[in-house]
Design a protein around this ligand. Structure first.
Ligand code: HEC
Length: 99
């Protein structure tokens, strides 16, 4: 039970095929800003993984820009990053609930 909640978060299927993450109106204002622990618990595992991986890809891109440079390395890094953006936006949306 707790395990499934950790993996799926607080989600419902949406008619457009995406997964809607159900949060309070207050929490809705916080996304995509600083995320408190109560809100963290509502996010599905894949969503968090995509979010953290996006942060580290940006860090890696910044380090490569400073240390190695090179247009092709930068383009590959940006391409990988944009796939994360698309995967998350295509798969999930945020839905506010009154509670
Ligand atoms: C882990 C999931 C996730 C990833 C990865 C992600 N986003 Fe988002 N993004 C969101 C969510 C959730 C919202 C808020 C959507 C909503 O308003 O319903 C959002 C909103 C946005 C918005 C609209 C902001 C606004 O104020 O209306 C932009 C622009 C955006 N994202 C760009 C990006 C870009 C560029 C990337 C990749 C570098 C990215 N996102 C990666 C989840 C993600």
């Amino acid at each position: 039970m707790g395990y499934m909640f950790t993996v799926r978060g607080n989600t419902v299927a949406s008619i457009d095929g995406r997964t809607a993450i159900v949060v309070t109106q207050g929490e809705r204002q916080l996304l995509p800003a600083e995320v408190p622990v109560t809100l963290m618990g509502k996010l599905p595992l894949e969503f968090k993984t995509l979010g953290f991986s996006t942060h580290s890809l940006f860090d890696a891109l910044a380090m490569n820009a400073e240390d190695i440079g090179g247009a092709s390395i930068m383009m590959t890094g940006v391409g990988t990053l944009l796939q994360n953006c698309t995967r998350c936006h295509a798969g999930y949306k945020i839905r506010g609930c009154p509670r």
